[in-house]
Design a protein around this ligand. Sequence first.
Ligand code: AMP
Ligand code: MN
Ligand code: MN
Ligand code: MN
Length: 291
Amino acid sequence: MIEVDLHLHTTFSDGRLTPTQLVDLCAERRLKVICISDHDTTEGLAETFEAAKKHPGLTVIPGIELSTDVEGGEIHVLGYFLDLEDPVIQSMLAKFREGREGRAEGMVRKLNEMGVSIRWERVREIAGEGAIGRPHIAQALVEAGYCEFPKDAFDKYIGRNGPAYVERMKLTPAEAIRVLADNGAIPVMAHPTYSASKSDRDEVGSLRETLAALKPAGLLGMEVYYGDYTPEQVAYLKALADEFDLIPCGGSDYHASGNPGEPEPGTVGPPMSTYEALVAAKKEVDALRVR
Ligand code: AMP
Ligand code: MN
Ligand code: MN
Ligand code: MN
């Protein structure tokens, strides 16, 4: 039985369930530990903790997902047990969200120049209070009939190598790890291998080399039990996590995206021992910080 899901998104970034809806769903699926890890924002966490009060059996870890640049792709870094009161990280997140606005507007402009008529106002409206991202543009493209599913928009228009893609300001992976470590959070590499069928999700270089560089930078965990990974992928990643002494994390990365076959909360996640290892790591981090 799956009891832990450490990778979830709400309407405060590119997920389509509110924190309350997501928490209720996770409780209904009998999850015991969840982490809300929205992109570049912690604004959904107040509502998350409020909603979790109704479910005494459910523990919520405050988290974040940061996107970072590497040659030829990107690496996402999760931070668990984020200190939300830290003004340094909050001003950085605000800058990232600002970068997302101009960049999303740029992608809509490019689409319009290509003759794809979706309106910026509509994309903004879909994103609502959330940190705007490509899934919001994808949703507008589906609405306007340009794509059947959001994922098709990535293949056709807004994937990394797509004709309407626009870059935005990002950190390097080592910088993101540093920012999270300075905050007292536990830095974890997200979805280290993306399945080849998802064009936007390129495998970045040799994973072993990447880990050899990021472990000394302070990486403490890596996703292993993730999304739609096959048992072979999970076994491969578990062995790598063990080799580099990284806590094997994971979760559904649920967005309620509307894409077919999306892994749902309660279908994939790490064992309870992962949560225990994270709690122990957090204690160690805190002990070192007060010294
Ligand atoms: P952004 O943060 O604006 O760069 O958008 C990236 C987000 O788009 C990811 O967090 C996923 O939620 C989603 N995404 C990325 N690649 C794909 C894909 N190939 N199909 C569907 N969704 C994707
Ligand atoms: Mn996302
Ligand atoms: Mn990600
Ligand atoms: Mn994610």
